[in-house]
Each structure stands twice: as structure tokens, then as C-alpha cells.
Design a protein around this ligand. Sequence first.
Ligand code: SAH
Ligand code: SF4
Length: 430
Amino acid sequence: MNFADSDVIAAILTRAGYAVCEGAEEADFVLINTCAIRDNAEQRVRHRVRELRALQNRRHQLRVGVLGCMAERLQSRLMAEEDNVSFVCGPDAYRKLPELMRGVRTNGDGSLAAVELSETETYADIEPVRISGNGISAYISIMRGCQNYCAYCVVPYTRGRERSRDPETIVHEARTLFEQGYREVTLLGQNVNSYSWGVQDNSCGFPELMERVASIDPALRVRFATSHPKDLSDRLLEVMAAHPNICRCIHLPVQSGSNRMLKLMNRKYTVEWYLDRVDAIRRYLPDCSITTDVIAGFSTETEEDHQATLDLFRRVRYDYAYMFMYSLREGTYAWKHLADDIPEEVKKRRLNEIIALQGEIALENNQLEVGREYEVLVEGESHRSKQQLFGRNSQNKVLVFDRGDAELGSYRRVKVNACTQATLLGELVQ
Ligand code: SAH
Ligand code: SF4
């Protein structure tokens, strides 16, 4: 989400005459795009802001701006608490950035905040400037905001109401990327299954949008994130099955394996519903990988609830999971009504148990891949050796292989010879 937002910000500032430079040492402005989802994300931002102070002492013209969800959440409080921050700008106010930056220059150190949320802003007319990409794979924001109000989550407060972007602009952006040589797009939203544009005959839901983007070219891979389990429809799975270039990987955040916890979290589905969706995925797309998010130690979570999460992990056998300790966020339903009553060390122990189990499952899943062949989109040099390249298969698994004659951005067949928990090691099939 934030990479996509940074590219929109870069586009707005490029239009206003600014240019991206190599590093903070050369910059007149350092803009930090932030996440507010957990406290440790915010602590990292504060640390970075404080580090910049030394540089500001040497280069007095350098100004620091904090953008995104943490700016939205804390507003001018952030400038009071971190006095080297000159301005803050929330996720729906990026068009105001040039004005803010001019203001900072002309008013000396006049502190400024642009944090209004919008019910309509989607930045649909802005063609993102890809500042952090590899020229092969890009993110496309298809909607903004969220109004699911999961009890623990700050997103509805920092990113505002859900709104979808005009499909014409999405298809145009994807086609332009393909023409520029990109071979993979990931359509992004907090709950892509509730994407919706237009009315009745002209309406376009997420399956229709996927159909349109996947039809641009069979050589363009299409991914998406995130799917809320309550809205994952058979229609979407049918569309995926009909388009081999829609990648066989579904991120389906479960959060907990206990119905009592799911109710308290306001997730609006049960474990039974979730498992039915997993069965549907396996029916329509037998080779599809499934990944998830989970939270350990939410309010009142018992050992029994925790065991239910471990049981669910054993049943689904995820290929990958993002695993978090519950972090109480100011302003959420849980902050107002539910005690953060699981001691830190219990949260940590439960998280570690989930991590250990998931590690075993991921390794066992990968061992089953040994001997198989996959079409891989070659994305870059391996971190370990320049002689090796890496890419991903449709299931989003990383494969590392000897470079041979493979070129970045091409599709190559790779045979898996060995694996670790996180990576498949293979060789090019000529
Ligand atoms: N919209 C997506 C998730 C966005 S946030 C969805 O609903 O699936 C990414 C993940 O962060 C969530 O899935 C959740 O697992 C985690 N998360 C959100 N709020 C959290 C909190 N307060 N503490 C710990 N983890 C949290
Ligand atoms: Fe947060 Fe729930 Fe919305 Fe995801 S669906 S962003 S977890 S409120």
C-alpha cells in the first residue's frame, strides 16, 4: 500500500517541479511515508526522524515531512512531539504537498498539517512515478480506505471510507505498464473483493475488473491483495480459473482460529465459513497457494483460543503467513471497549509457537515442490551471488537458480532441486 502511495506522491511532486535524489545527504526535503498499523511501525519512524536531526544540524535547509497513516493519526501532535518535523500530510491530502512544502520554505519553520480525509479521492488521474520498482513488477491501487472496522484496526480511522477507482483508469495504467516492459501488476486494496464501480448494467465488481486487467495480455501476470474472507466469491475463483495469467496465490488473512475471537474482532466470518472458502479455492484452483495474516494475544485470548489458531494452521497448511503480536491502537473499538489483558510474554510465547509451526509447514510444503517445474518471471540477482538470479512462480514462491542465459523480465522454466523454508533452489530448463 505504501509503495503505491509513495509513487503517487513522487508523481505529484514531479509535476510541481521537484526531483527525487539519491539520499538524504543531498536532499532539501526528506519525506517519510508511514504506517500506523502497529506501535513498533511507529517507533521505527520516530527513530528515523530523530536520526535525521544530526543531518539537519549540518544542513540547515533540510526539512522533514511525515506522510501517510501516522501523520493522519497523530496530526499536529507529531510535530509537537518530534520538533524537527516541519509538516505532516495524511493519505488523502497528497495533492496539498507542494503547497505545504512551499509554505515551509516561505514561513521559515511554520509548522503545517494537511490531514483532511476524503470520500472521493482516489488519485485516479495521477500516473504514478515508479521510484522504488524493478521495472518488472508494479503495484496499482484500485481502491482506498476501509470501513470494515475490525475491532483492533486503525486503518478505517487513518485512511477513511472505502472508495473504488474508475476501472478505465486502472486498465489504462496496467496496459501502459505492460507496454513499458512490466510483466506483473498487483492490484491493491484493503478488501479488494468489495471493489465496486458504477450501477446496474454498467457496473464493474472485482471479478469483472480482474477479467479486464487479465485480458490485456497473457504475458502480463496479475496479482491482488488483500482478500477479506467474508467476501471471497466463487465468481472470482471462476475468473481466476479461466485466466492462467492471474496468479495462483490468494492472501486470505484469518487473524484467529477461534470463533469467539473472530466475533470479538468483528471479522464477520466464522472458522467454518473460512474453511469453506479454503475448500472452494482448492476446488477451483488445485495448484493455488494460500497465505494469511494472524494476530496473537488479542483481548481475552485464552490458551484454548490460541490452540484453535494452531489447529487451523495445521488444517490449512499455509505457504506463508505474516504473524503479529496484538498491538493496542488508540481510537479503535478495542481501545475503547476491550482490555489489552494478555501479558507481553504470553503474547510473545504464543506468537513464537505460531511461527515455529508455520516454519515446519512451509518447509514441508516446499519439500513437496522438489522435482517440479515452474514458469518463473525472472526478477533480479540473488542477494547471495551475482551468478544466480531469482524469480517467482505463479504461486508467489521465490526460486533461485544459476543465471545461465536468463534475462531479467523474461519468463523461464525452472526445475526445483532443493529447498529451504523460504526459497526453492532450482535450475533453468533449456
Ligand atoms: N485489510 C487487510 C489487512 C490490513 S492490515 C485485511 O483485513 O486482511 C495488515 C495486517 O496487520 C492485518 O491483517 C492484521 O493481521 C495486522 N494488524 C492490524 N491491526 C493490528 C493490531 N492492532 N495489532 C497487531 N496486528 C494488527
Ligand atoms: Fe483493518 Fe479490517 Fe479494514 Fe483490514 S478489513 S484494513 S483489518 S479494518
